[in-house]
Structure formats: C-alpha cells, structure tokens
Design a binder for this molecule. Sequence first.
Ligand code: MN
Length: 226
Amino acid sequence: MKFELMSLPFEKTALEPYISSETITYHHGKHHAAYVNKLNALIEGGDYADKPLEYIIKYAGGAIFNNAAQVYNHDFYWHGLSKNATSCSVELSDMIIKAFGSEDDFKKLFLAKAAALFGSGWVWLVLTKEGDLSIAEFSNADNPLRHELVPLLTCDVWEHAYYIDYRNGRADYLENWWKLINWQFVSDNLAAIENDPLTGYAQVCNEDNEVCDYVDVMQENERTPS
Ligand code: MN
C-alpha cells in the first residue's frame, strides 16, 4: 500500500492570521509530505507494505513506527483545525465538565501541558479504556494508539508547527491554535467511539449476543496480528 499525503480540509490561507500560509506550505507540503514519502520507502516490499496505518503504528518499531505515527498525527492535527466557528456536542461538553471541572479549566490544563512538554511532541485529548476523557502528552512521534487510548484531538508542539509565525513563542501559538480547534471533528470522534462495537464504552449486548460475539472475535483478532 502506498500512503498518500492527505489534502488539507481548508485553503492554505484559511487559518490566517493565527497560522500563516507559509507555515502550512512548509508544515504540510514539506514536513508532513516527508513522513509520507519516508514511510512508503521504508515499507516497500516488507511485512508492512500492505498493512493499514493503524496496524503499522501498533506493531512497528524504529523508523517505520516514527514515520507512520507522524503521518497519522499530522492527519489528525489538520482535521482538528477549522476556520469556521464550531462547537462541542452536548455529550462532549458534559464529559469535559465531568473530567476537568469546566471548559475553561480544560483549556488551561491542556495548554499548560502543551507549553510544558519538553522538546518535540504532541498533546492529545483522549478517551481512556474506562471511558473517561484525559489529556495525554507524548514525545516525538509517540501516539495514543500505542497506549490503548482513543484519540479525539491533537496539538503539534514540534517547533516546525509554529517557528515561522511565532519563533520560540510556543505559548502564543497554543493560545491561537485553541481558536482554530474544529470542535465538530472532536465531537464526531467521540460519537464514533460510542457507536463502535469494538471500543464503544456504551456497549450494550443485544438479546442474541450478536454484538458481544462480534466484539469477542474482533478482540481475538487484535491479540493475534498476522
Ligand atoms: Mn508537525
């Protein structure tokens, strides 16, 4: 399988003045593209050549993992941005309040963790196995899929994400990144988990246990990668 660089879900100028078209030209057109190209070169003819991206992230190591995760992480980052005003679903909003106290407390905690993450990495809003929201920070390419966490939103704090526009001002980048979050995307991710028979935290088995049987089969497959 040859992976392709995703098309941006907005024009290069759409996020200005907070993220410039010059930043996007480099970040998407050079950095993100390089991860896609390196991944394709690394997997060609090997065990991972025909595997989905999520599988490679879960089971590969070294350079293959790093490039695969960076492709996934950047795809997630771009989808999480929008020039349009968006809002949380009622369910997402309720879960944020339950986990963090208020939406403002959530913002403060998320941005503080993003500001404090040493070096390069990613900060994520994730759903835990227990069905709770949590903020997870990972260095370099590391990714929630390796930690049995379901990703809902991510912020790229590698310097290449903000250096053109903000130089070393990561805090200013973060404050403005927050204004661009596509809450519809985050809400849709949460809703998709609920409806996923494998990971759905609101899982209810039906009378014939067809759903439970399906979950058992899928989980068995998860444990025995081919
Ligand atoms: Mn990046």
